[in-house]
Design a binder for this molecule. Structure first.
Ligand SMILES: NC(=O)c1ccc[n+]([C@@H]2O[C@H](COP(=O)([O-])OP(=O)(O)OC[C@H]3O[C@@H](n4cnc5c(N)ncnc54)[C@H](OP(=O)(O)O)[C@@H]3O)[C@@H](O)[C@H]2O)c1
Length: 274
């Protein structure tokens, strides 16, 4: 089994570039799915307080027998817990549910500009990092103006911004901004929740490389420097999504995938989501 490649974040911590997303996986199901994934070789899991499966994720990691340090765990603070004191309490609750004394990465799930509390929330995350409850801290769904405001007001630059990113929504401006500020880009809904599977260009590339459409899109993320967290509860797909270490896309094929961008979201717009 080939190891997952890792990236070094702006705080010096290492993060696997490919992990398992567990949105819409129940707490019970998460125990089996995460166990299967760890057996298959995954070493990173992306959960969130709002997913309602932190307990199952934590149980699967404990039961795997792997040392805690070998599994990279991300969770996220939900919108209703934004604010300084609320965020500190939310971290405590998440850690209790996970049965852990730290997470590897703690993210603000959405900027929810209508609440205007993400700067206070970020101050809490800075404290959680200083105290060791979160090894790295970052954000999710932040657009450039949200990031600019946060950077101007804060000590710590987010290590990661987890955003919707797939061939139909390639977010070139966000990626350039992240690169300029040392923020790693993490792609959520990397398979556009299945919408990319019928794409003729992705189909052609799948045939050329002898891979599946999902594998082409996951490899495109890795070759473009993003962290990627495809979700599957299907054991064969879990393995398939990880079996992407034995090929790379040629520059011309990466360029062809770039032409598929349609600025098309499959999820909500962060400016209005609350
Ligand atoms: N920060 C945020 O706001 C945010 C928002 C959305 C998602 N996320 C994170 O990103 C993760 C991934 O996004 P997502 O769950 O929305 O969607 P996704 O990973 O783009 O797509 C998941 C869908 O594709 C199917 N699938 C997976 N691998 C496949 C394969 N090899 N062949 C065919 N079908 C395959 C899955 O089916 P089965 O499961 O039935 O196999 C599932 O229906 C989430 O789980 C979550 O961790 C974060």
């Amino acid at each position: 089994m080939e190891a997952t490649p890792t990236l070094i974040l702006n705080d010096g911590k290492r993060m696997p570039q490919l992990g398992l997303g567990v949105w819409q996986v129940s707490d019970e199901e998460a125990v089996d799915v995460v166990r299967d994934a760890l057996n298959a070789g995954y070493r990173a899991v992306d959960t969130a307080a709002i997913y309602g499966n932190e307990a199952g994720v934590g149980q699967a990691i404990r039961e795997s027998g792997l040392p805690r340090a070998e599994v990279f765990v991300t969770t996220k603070i939900w919108n209703t817990d934004q604010g300084y004191d609320q965020a500190l309490r939310a971290m405590e609750t998440s850690l209790k549910r996970l049965g852990m004394d730290y997470v590897d990465l703690y993210l603000i799930h959405w900027p929810t500009p209508s609440q205007d509390r993400y700067l206070d929330t970020w101050r809490a995350l800075e404290r959680l990092r200083a105290e060791g409850m979160a090894r790295s801290i970052g954000v999710s769904n932040f657009k450039i103006p949200h990031l600019e405001r946060l950077l101007a007001a804060s000590e710590v630059v987010p290590a990661v911004n987890q955003i919707e990113l797939h061939p139909y929504l390639q977010q070139p401006e966000m990626r350039a901004f992240h690169a300029a500020h040392g923020i790693a880009t993490e792609s959520w809904s990397p398979l556009a929740k299945g919408q990319i599977f019928g794409d003729p260009v992705i189909g052609e590339l799948a045939a050329k490389y002898g891979k599946s459409p999902a594998q082409i899109v996951i490899r495109w993320n890795l070759d473009s420097g993003q962290i990627v967290i495809p979700k599957s509860v299907t054991p064969s797909r879990l393995r398939e999504n990880l079996a992407v270490m034995d090929f790379r896309l040629e520059p011309d094929d990466l360029a062809r995938l770039t032409t598929l961008d349609q600025s098309r979201r499959v999820g909500p717009d962060p400016d209005t989501f609350s």
